[in-house]
Design a protein around this ligand. Structure first.
Ligand SMILES: O=C(O)CCC(=O)C(=O)O
Length: 265
């Protein structure tokens, strides 16, 4: 793909866009890293705790740490998740008139020294599989913000270019650990091909992916943790099923929890 194409064109063609430059100040990245460490130790400064999570303080430190709605419990994380620069970039990439963060996950992938995954892999999936609170036509996507240097050996996200055009397959499993075996079980439509592109990002860099783009990530063989936030976003072209505030759409009327990052004037 021609590197001179616009972010919006790359996102539309590939189903993802990798912005390999920091969107945030070094100071905010440092404070958000501190906030991440505080949440891993159950230190909540913003008055409320995160939502019920896959990983809780005291759990196995070698497993993938996934904490839901971390912005409820830490001000620096809220500042990062609601940052206008991220909103402007998200609007540029998708053409949105409005961008809201409706669900957020803290993801901390510890390094693994041997060949076992220790439960740190993220299996192939399309996000749509987990987002049944939203109508199928809803325009939903993710900004994945790196807080550490996400090098090729740090278990970067892998994207399958063009897979956002394959339709909803329901064949993924976020928690699948044998990602190669899992990939062999995913049917590739006639005329399409499976390829995997790693999203290499510096601290503060961000990738955007469409809710139907297949993605996964392998073990972190670097020396430090791979740190990130998956900020799930919606545009003005999105509707909860039956207008209900259920499941992952339950907080969208509260900008203190689900901030609006961008609104066109
Ligand atoms: O952090 C990862 O490796 C995967 C994250 C993910 O599945 C997502 O952001 O949708």
């Amino acid at each position: 793909m021609n590197a001179t194409l616009s972010p919006a064109r790359r996102y539309a063609d590939l189903g993802y866009y990798v912005h390999a430059r920091s969107v945030f100040s070094e100071d905010l990245i440092r404070r958000a890293v501190e906030g991440m460490d505080a949440l891993r130790e159950r230190r909540y400064e913003a008055g409320t705790s995160p939502e019920e999570s896959y990983w809780n303080p005291g759990d196995d430190p070698n497993k993938l740490c996934k904490i839901e709605m971390p912005q409820f419990a830490n001000r620096a994380i809220f500042e990062l998740v609601s940052h206008p620069a991220l909103g402007r970039l998200a609007a540029e990439v998708t053409g949105a008139k409005m961008v809201q963060a409706w669900w957020v996950q803290l993801l901390y992938k510890p390094p693994t020294a041997d060949d076992r995954t220790h439960g740190t892999n993220v299996g192939w999936h399309q996000d749509r599989q987990y987002w049944d609170a939203w109508t199928p036509e809803s325009e939903l996507f993710t900004a994945w913000v790196a807080l550490s240097d996400v090098t090729a050996d740090a278990g970067p996200m892998l994207f399958v270019p063009g897979s956002h055009r394959w339709g909803f397959r329901g064949e993924g499993d976020f928690f699948g650990q044998d990602i190669d075996a899992q990939q062999r079980g995913i049917r590739v439509p006639d005329g399409e091909e499976w390829s995997e592109v790693p999203a290499i990002l510096p601290p503060g860099g961000v990738s955007f992916h469409h809710h139907l783009t297949f993605h996964a990530s392998g073990p972190n063989h670097s020396t430090g943790p791979r740190r990130s936030f998956a900020i799930h976003l919606r545009t003005e072209n999105s509707q909860p099923v039956n207008g209900a505030r259920n499941g992952l759409a339950r907080y969208i009327d509260d900008p203190e929890r689900c901030p609006i990052l961008y609104a066109a004037r």
